[in-house]
Design a binder for this molecule. Structure first.
Ligand code: GLA
Length: 346
């Protein structure tokens, strides 16, 4: 893609050139727990977005290698008026960063869109840095979480943005979403992470996600925080759907802890078993799987060298993550734990 031309009248010497890399993320275990002050164990991955451009003018103009473009004033008052798609995310980030100067640039991506690998969060975190955000990784994650909520109207948690902002090369991240403490977590020697697309674009994520989050919040309003509770506490709730949602959150938090312990003792069998249990809980209790995701998980588990597989992220389509031996070819992407979003010099 050609390097962007700024249409403002700054001279070349005055322009600040910026290049940012922002990874996607895959969640190994702990889904639909982040907005319940729970535990998650994701990692930033070596697929992501790159943003190149110059800081200038009073608009943010971004051209993506998928053909989409956005052009939004830095003075935009109501970001919800932006056109659907990339422009909404750009508007959400502008509304939160409130830069003094605009940006003209390009975005290239190695992340499959609509796959549940957080391509939109990578765009948000990368663009916030391109617009000059400075602060801690947690502050960057909180700001871009708000940008995502403004852009989509979906009440997402903080896992995606925090993983992308705080990623560590060679480590997964055990995140306590109540304190936002991050424990870098090594993968055992030979543990290989594969991401395989189900072929189903994620659907209905917005409304179904908000409904699930409401149900979890009403469970917490009735019986208190769900982490560290015995699973039997969920059965005290009146509404059968809320019982199931609470049961998932309670059991998933326990699985995240056990998964971290299994990794620490290099027990891939146990780690894989916990991933499969997580998938079943997301399918049966949280009801965010699809027949396509279930079939893909079953197919992967039937292969030699596969310890575990589960849907990853919000569900309703997108990708499955698998823990395997090295050299297993499942037709997806092998991903490695990677560093978080940052400026790059080349
Ligand atoms: C989406 C949200 C995250 C998290 C996951 C489910 O990716 O953005 O905050 O809730 O779903 O774990």
């Amino acid at each position: 893609m050609a390097f962007p031309t700024c249409r403002c009248d700054s001279t070349d010497e005055e322009l600040v050139t910026v290049s940012i890399w922002a990874p996607g993320r895959v969640n190994l275990i702990g889904d639909h727990t982040d907005y319940a002050d729970g535990l998650v164990l994701p990692m930033a991955i070596d697929l992501g977005v790159r943003i190149d451009g110059v800081r200038c003018g009073e608009t943010v103009e971004l051209a993506s290698d998928n053909g989409e473009t956005a052009s939004i004033s830095i003075h935009i008052e109501d970001p919800s008026t932006a056109a659907p798609g990339m422009a909404q995310y750009v508007a959400g980030v502008i509304a939160e960063v409130r830069p003094d100067v605009g940006f003209t640039g390009t975005m290239t991506s190695t992340l499959p869109v609509g796959s549940g690998l957080s391509s939109s969060s990578a765009l948000e975190v990368g663009l916030a840095l391109a617009l000059g955000f400075s602060g801690t990784a947690v502050e960057l994650a909180q700001l871009t979480q708000r940008a995502e909520q403004i852009a989509t109207g979906v009440p997402c948690g903080i896992m995606d943005q925090l993983t992308i902002a705080a990623g560590i090369e060679g480590r997964a991240l055990l995140i306590d979403c109540a304190t936002l403490d991050i424990e870098p977590t090594a993968l055992p020697e030979g543990a290989t992470i594969l991401v395989v697309h189900s072929g189903e674009q994620r659907k209905l994520v917005g409304s179904a996600y908000a409904e699930r989050r409401n149900q979890v919040e009403s469970a917490m309003a009735a019986i208190g925080p769900l982490r560290d509770r015995p699973a039997s506490d969920a059965e005290q709730l009146d509404d059968p759907a809320t019982v199931k949602r609470a049961r998932h959150v309670i059991s998933e938090n326990a699985r995240v802890r056990q998964f971290a312990e299994a990794l620490a003792r290099a027990d891939l069998d146990d780690a894989g078993r916990l991933m499969v249990e997580s998938h079943h809980s997301l399918r049966d209790d949280f009801e965010v799987s699809t027949p396509g995701l279930d079939a893909l998980v079953a197919d992967l588990l039937a292969q030699q060298g596969v310890y575990g597989a589960r849907l990853t992220g919000a569900g309703f389509g997108g990708c499955v993550v698998a823990l395997t031996d090295p050299g297993v070819d499942l037709g997806g992407w092998q991903v490695h734990p990677s560093a978080g979003a940052a400026a790059i010099s080349n």
